[in-house]
Design a protein around this ligand. Structure first.
Ligand SMILES: [Zn+2]
Ligand SMILES: [Zn+2]
Length: 368
């Protein structure tokens, strides 16, 4: 098959910024050195641009996982231009196609099945899906967002302003324009580029699949550190409208913490979360599938599978009963109608669920 034409603008952009960063940044470091303010600006702008992509482009605009105040959306629009990953409108359009057709080499714009290089950066270097390039049908809702459309219209000017104007201004204030341009401009741009590109490449090949194996997306705590919390990508591909990617409190997900903090300040609202019982069910189903696959070769496989299936059904039943009772209790609390009988019932269902969960764990451990 003949390869589509090269997009020279993108090739030059990625090549020049990457090579300049590897050569010029250390060169300046050796002959001149960098001060604390350049390092601080590098970190602050890396987070500002990275989080504008993850909290803004991704969780807000692509997935509508929450609603944000116009002031926040305006900052995301500037931060998105700083990250230099196309306009929010275009990015969200690509990303919605990625979720809808994940791993489909003909439709997913950065299909992981096309290989690491392609999903990381290769997809932007040639006109792979040029017929779709100006089709924004799947982001009609975003076309009503004035800030999204303003950014889309003035994208190039904003890119130059944020990537050259802002670091130059910071450098001028600090008395060393070149060092600031190299650290807060160039190096920051290249580092954030590749860290966020890892979500399309590494997060689809490296890590575990606790929720589903119907697509290539993986959960990876280490990767979360490089991607502003987007490393819990297996969870994300099944619960895409959840404002969280790392659902445990200790999961490193600064994007989730930012959104939650904005909600406390009244700058974000309607944060969406997936029902806990659906999350637990997905995990259980995966465990069932894995255990079944493992015992498949045993001589008495049929008998064991029947037993595992029965225990699974029972656990799922107890899980649903317990979560339903919790909901009833919450509702009763709201109406101030809690009585001793209800409390006791919830406790009993919880105990029954926990016993069965323990049972399930030891059963799956036996066959793992
Ligand atoms: Zn993905
Ligand atoms: Zn997504």
């Amino acid at each position: 098959m003949k390869k589509p034409p090269i997009i020279w603008l993108n090739v030059s952009l990625f090549a020049i910024t990457f090579l300049s960063a590897v050569i010029l940044v250390p060169w300046r470091g050796i002959v001149h050195g960098y001060g604390a303010s350049e390092w601080i600006a590098f970190i602050v702008l890396a987070f500002a641009s990275g989080l504008s992509i993850t909290a803004g482009y991704h969780r807000l605009w692509s997935h509508k996982a929450y609603k944000a105040h116009p002031a926040v959306r305006f900052i995301y629009a500037l931060g998105g231009a700083l990250a230099l990953q196309n306009s929010a409108l275009h990015w969200a359009s690509d990303h919605r196609v990625h979720h809808k057709h994940v791993d489909d080499n003909d439709k997913d714009p950065y299909s992981a099945k096309m290989g690491f290089w392609y999903s990381h950066i290769g997809w932007m270097l040639r006109e792979y899906q040029s017929q779709r390039y100006h089709d924004y049908q799947n982001v009609r809702d975003l076309q009503n967002d004035h800030i999204v459309m303003w950014q889309h219209k003035h994208y190039l000017a904003l890119v130059l302003l944020m990537n050259i104007g802002l670091p130059a201004l910071l450098g001028w204030l600090n008395g060393d324009v070149l060092s600031m341009l190299l650290m807060a401009g160039l190096l920051r741009l290249v580092v954030v580029h590749h860290c966020t590109f890892f979500i399309n490449s590494l997060a689809h090949v490296w890590g575990s699949q606790p929720y589903t194996d119907k697509n290539t997306a993986r959960d990876n705590g280490f990767l979360a550190m490089l991607t502003y919390g987007e490393g819990y990508h297996n969870f994300h591909h099944i619960f895409e409208n959840d404002y969280r990617n790392g659902i445990r409190w200790w999961h490193y997900d600064p994007t989730k913490w930012l959104i939650k903090s904005l909600s406390w300040l009244g700058l974000a609202k309607d944060l969406r979360t997936s029902p806990q019982e659906r999350i637990e069910s997905a995990r259980l189903q995966m465990q069932l599938l894995r255990t079944k696959r493992k015992v498949n070769n045993l001589p008495n496989a049929d008998e064991i599978i029947e037993k595992i299936q029965a225990e699974y059904e029972l656990l799922k039943l107890h899980l649903m009963d317990y979560y339903q009772a919790q909901k009833t209790l919450l509702e009763a609390k709201r109406k101030q109608l809690v009585d001793q009988q209800l409390l006791q019932q919830v406790e009993e269902l919880k105990a029954r669920f926990l016993v069965q969960q323990k049972h399930w764990r030891s059963l799956t451990a036996t066959y793992s």
